[in-house]
Ligand binder design. Structure first.
Ligand code: FNR
Length: 368
């Protein structure tokens, strides 16, 4: 197999969209790593749905409106966002580029964009916090022991992270056939450095009639009572990532969780689930107008962001495109990718006749 090309030092003139980054990334990543990043669970029905769901909505533009007061600024959970876009938590970014998460953080600074740092980052959360100048949130995966989970929370608080995003849709890996077929394994030099002090898992001997999934892997998975415990142990706003059911969204709100991310984890966990966009309108209806809703999965265009906002999201997260851009051109690539999205959102708003984010609502869409 040929060697991947090194990251570019400048942006080629034909690299003009996020899909272009996806195409270019194939040349800049080893095949197995590309497949691990790009792939989804099992038959990738959720993954395909994430893109298809956007195509089921069309924008209904209005003409001849005043646009000079236009703005993409908004308030989200106590922070001002210049654009309603954050970088999603993505593990092990050294897979994509030798500078890993530090390059992404520099791009976030350059574009004044918030970054959500993964528990499974391959750079320490303290180093990233010291680099990040804009909104910095920490994504928490519950660990098998509460003391160690709490130590991660305390480290995030001490480092200056302002929000905790707790991911609850991946207590175990989905069926990752595509990554398996490509023979993907985490290279030994790349690891979850935030977890190096994790106490070893107690050795558990299962009875023959016990299941490796239920009594094994899931025995340490968090439940609602763990989330409740977390709320009592941190003053940071808590956002639950991985919500797809309206009843779970309502429960989160009633428990005092500050916001949710509607997400199917980029189609990487359970296959055959709806896209976030499919369930967004119902969830928005159930939690009311004021509750903070973020959304991710399949966003590659300014028009996608527009549609998510129109159906009730306050902001969106960008997953794979940040890693593809990182692989193609490091910090420069991530910054360029974010700039493309911003321009596309502004152009969409201008051409749709919606100068402010508050003007974007369900009346701006029609079914395809
Ligand atoms: C992820 N995602 C993820 N989510 C999370 O909460 N913690 C994590 O460590 C990771 N790691 C991760 C690695 C890779 C390679 C990918 C592609 C995704 C999921 C991520 O935050 C987000 O939900 C999806 O990527 C959004 O979908 P798109 O934008 O990739 O289509």
């Amino acid at each position: 197999m040929s060697h991947p090309a090194p990251a570019l030092q400048s942006i080629p003139s034909d690299l003009v969209s996020l899909a272009d980054y996806r195409h270019y990334a194939r040349q800049h990543l080893p095949h197995d790593i590309y497949e691990y990043i790009a792939g989804g669970g099992a038959d990738e029905i959720s993954l395909k749905r994430n893109r298809n769901s956007f195509e089921q909505h069309l924008i209904q533009p209005r003409i001849l409106r005043h646009m000079t007061e236009g703005s993409t600024r908004s308030e989200l959970l106590g922070q001002t966002l210049r654009y309603p876009v954050l970088l999603a938590p993505v593990a092990f970014q050294h897979l994509a580029h030798p500078e890993g998460e530090m390059a992404t953080a520099r791009a976030a600074n350059a574009l004044d964009t918030g970054m959500v740092v993964s528990t499974l980052a391959s750079t320490s959360m303290e180093q990233l916090a010291a680099t990040l100048e804009g909104p910095k949130w920490f994504q928490l995966y519950f660990q098998q022991d509460r003391d160690f989970t709490l130590s991660l929370v305390r480290r995030a608080e001490a480092a200056g992270y302002s929000h905790l995003m707790v991911t609850v849709d991946a207590p175990l890996h989905g069926i990752r056939n595509r990554a398996q077929r490509a023979g993907f394994e985490l290279p030994p030099q790349i690891s979850a450095v935030n977890l190096i002090d994790r106490p070893p898992l107690p050795r558990k001997v299962l009875e023959p009639e016990q299941s490796i999934v239920f009594q094994g892997m899931m025995s340490e998975a968090p439940t609602w009572s763990d989330i409740n415990w977390l709320l009592q142990h941190t003053r940071l706003p808590v956002i639950l990532k991985g919500v797809l059911h309206p009843d779970d969204a309502v429960q989160a709100k009633q428990m005092g969780i500050d916001g949710i991310v509607i997400s199917n984890h980029g189609g990487r966990t359970l296959d055959c689930v709806p896209a976030a966009l499919d369930v967004l309108p119902k969830i928005r209806e159930c939690v009311g107008e004021k509750y903070a809703i973020l959304l991710d999965g399949g966003i590659e265009r300014g028009t996608d962001i527009f549609k998510a906002l129109a159906l009730g999201a306050n902001a969106v997260l960008i997953g794979r495109p940040q890693v593809f851009a990182l692989a193609v051109a490091g910090a420069l690539g991530v910054a360029h990718m974010l700039r493309l999205l911003r321009e596309e959102l502004e152009v969409t708003m201008a051409l749709a006749g919606t100068p402010r984010l508050a003007d974007i609502n369900a009346d701006c869409l029609i079914d395809a």
